[in-house]
Design a protein around this ligand. Sequence first.
Ligand SMILES: CC(C)(COP(=O)(O)OP(=O)(O)OC[C@H]1O[C@@H](n2cnc3c(N)ncnc32)[C@H](O[C@H]2O[C@H](COP(=O)(O)OP(=O)(O)OP(=O)(O)O)[C@@H](O)[C@H]2O)[C@@H]1O)[C@@H](O)C(=O)NCCC(=O)NCCS
Ligand SMILES: Nc1ncnc2[nH]cnc12
Length: 309
Amino acid sequence: MSNQTISTNSLCKYISKSAVEAMLYEVSASPKPGLVDRYNSGAHQDMDFFTFMSSSAALNYYFYRCAEKGVAFANQDARKLLEHLRGIGKEAERDMYQATGGVNTHKGLIFSLGIISAAAASCFFAEGSWPLSLERICKKISQITRGITIRELSSAKLSDIKEEKNLTAGEILFKQYNIKGIRGEVEKGFPTVRKTSFPFLLKYLNKNQGTINDILVQVLLYLMTVTEDTNIIARHNLKMLQYVKSCALQALDLGGIFTKEGKNYLQQMDADFRQKNISPGGSADLLAVTIMFVFLTQDMMGGLMQKER
Ligand SMILES: CC(C)(COP(=O)(O)OP(=O)(O)OC[C@H]1O[C@@H](n2cnc3c(N)ncnc32)[C@H](O[C@H]2O[C@H](COP(=O)(O)OP(=O)(O)OP(=O)(O)O)[C@@H](O)[C@H]2O)[C@@H]1O)[C@@H](O)C(=O)NCCC(=O)NCCS
Ligand SMILES: Nc1ncnc2[nH]cnc12
């Protein structure tokens, strides 16, 4: 489909719909150990499934605006685009907190999916064809966020502008462990998604192996084996991150959600993570990012995610 047949409004509407749909698919997939899903609130006392519904609904226009910015900056310096996205991202965070009564459900996804929405719109207007290629979107993401870790996380930057109490979780973890978190992931163009979750999701969807729900839970397990999840490190430490990875590997060794043994292990993992206060929120975000990439690399009128099951 060439860009002559897609108006800016239609493009931005499709991209914002895809971002919200990715968020809704992610939180709906169940069971997800330690995370909010349709069965329980995981290791969270301050939010539930409906908190995520409200937050997702409140962010639709934000993603539309990110896509609009991507169109506006399609042929300009990508670094200027990030400055504009930061501004509307702060507004989106306020919208999220208003919709959730002050709870952080999607701060990470406001960042990740906001940048992806802008990058996708920018790619379309540069290339003029749909669907987009994952490599091209991720290359544009890297261009938009080039230098973000140095600019925002370098110890010199952090030590002289913020007192410890004003640092975010990501900034504290960089100071403690030199971990770049979500900023490192986007700056490299989502390598965890490109190399792990996206190929797995496509494989399962093309094989039509199981329901959408089960496929998404299985892909989340793969993500948990590879994600440098700052939610886990911030709440606990690096040792707990290794523990989570080993549990996810064990679940997959048992067949994950596709076998009785794997399902039983998943239930035990969820109870264990809830008891230990473990929430793999970073992996959950990357699952939503993976779903978003499927929407962007498929036909707008019904790609793999819309297949009847
Ligand atoms: C750049 C920002 C993300 C700044 O945020 P921060 O400095 O805090 O960055 P990080 O801590 O590194 O990560 C923030 C969130 O990103 C998700 N995440 C973590 N690890 C990864 C990873 N390896 N890959 C991808 N994404 C990752 C995660 O977000 C999800 O979890 C949050 C909910 O879980 P919860 O444990 O409840 O979180 P809290 O309530 O904070 O902790 P508790 O008190 O409950 O224990 C939720 O956010 C999910 O999305 C990390 O939390 C960016 O936000 C920023 O600069 N914002 C300013 C405005 C802006 O620019 N906006 C967007 C512009 S496009
Ligand atoms: N389902 C979920 N549960 C907890 N934190 C999350 N962050 C993103 N998705 C989440």
